[in-house]
Design a protein around this ligand. Structure first.
Ligand SMILES: [Zn+2]
Ligand SMILES: [Zn+2]
Length: 329
């Protein structure tokens, strides 16, 4: 007989907020943080985790340490449509939880995760236009469908930018923070100075900001503007979806802004005096890509930087098959 296992407890990361580490089948990320929020009138979640058997078990076991099951939760808020955040929302809904998401993000989610994959056909053609080899593109397509299978069918309740969400008696305000996705939203608990930052502000890595045929015109411009807006919030605790909670929001925002300045310079240098495809530039900027997901993120991120430069008169796209890019001036 071994010693009994000590009881699991969830780390308290802010007043009344516990962190649940939900595993991900994505090597670069490993974990998504789901936050369990305790209010005077009940419990809520921020984000839900991807829907693998392992992730569902991790979430159920974590809730059980507080003597909770899915059906005891009043409400959940999902920051954006990615599978690591939205994945288990439908399972929560089936248990009676009201799951909220920023209204236009729900429309995007219905489009991206529809099982007819119309979005994917557009992305496939778009990536080939930007120089992605067809075999890499096919791998990207298969990986996308496999990811989509880890998102439950969902209904979701729409909330607007600026609305107040009641998390069991605690108020949190929804703020639109576009860039990582078009209608990503964070939650701000103004009373306690807590920012549930989703994937908008992360402590160690920078959020992937990608240009796709279905996104807003200038996702990187959106993202940098949204970072400058959240920088001034009266927040003393940041609870990100990946990595450790941290306190210095303005300091981290400044680092991310500086990172993108350097990346924009690197993109200009990689294009140089030539006409190059976005894929060729991406391969220079991201020499090590370990999966179809990473190939996709690298190309979409490079395109977001090129579009940002294009909209500010510093680069131009030359039509063709494939399309190429050149620096202006
Ligand atoms: Zn995300
Ligand atoms: Zn994420």
């Amino acid at each position: 007989m071994g010693a009994p296992r000590p009881p699991l407890t969830l780390p308290l990361v802010a007043p009344g907020v516990r962190r649940i580490a939900v595993p991900l089948p994505i090597p670069a990320l490993k974990i998504v943080n789901v936050y369990l929020v305790e209010g005077e009138r009940g419990w809520s979640l921020v984000d839900s985790g991807i829907h693998t058997a392992e992730a569902e078990r991790a979430l159920r076991d974590a809730l059980a340490t507080e003597h909770l099951a899915f059906g005891h939760l009043r409400r959940a808020f999902v920051t954006h449509l990615h599978p690591d955040h939205l994945g288990m929302a439908g399972t929560l809904e089936a248990a009676g939880v009201e799951v909220l998401m920023h209204a236009p993000e729900i429309r995007s989610a219905r489009y991206l995760w529809s099982r007819d994959y119309a979005a994917l056909d557009r992305v496939f053609a778009w990536f080939e236009r930007h120089g992605m080899p067809p075999d890499v593109d096919r791998g990207m397509r298969d990986a996308w469908i496999a990811m989509g299978d880890l998102v439950d069918p969902f209904t979701l309740v729409p909330v607007d930018d600026g609305a107040t969400v009641d998390l069991g008696g605690r108020e949190a305000r929804v703020r639109w923070t576009p860039g990582h996705t078009d209608h990503h939203a964070v939650l701000v608990d103004e009373r306690d100075g807590i920012l549930f930052s989703g994937d908008h502000v992360l402590p160690r890595i920078t959020s992937n900001v990608g240009l796709y045929p279905y996104t807003r015109d200038d996702p990187l411009g959106d993202f940098l503007d949204a970072l400058r807006r959240v920088r001034g919030l009266a927040v003393t605790r940041v609870l990100p979806a990946h990595g450790e909670p941290f306190d210095d929001l303005a300091g981290r925002v400044d680092e991310i802004l500086a990172h993108h300045d350097a990346r924009l310079d690197a993109v200009l240098a990689a294009v140089g005096g030539r006409e190059r495809t976005a894929y060729a530039v991406a391969r220079d900027l991201f020499p090590v890509l370990r999966s179809a997901h990473e190939e996709r993120f690298a190309l979409a991120e490079t395109l977001a930087h090129l579009r940002y430069l294009e909209r500010r008169g510093r680069a131009r796209e030359i039509d063709g098959a494939p399309a190429r890019w050149a620096v202006i001036g």
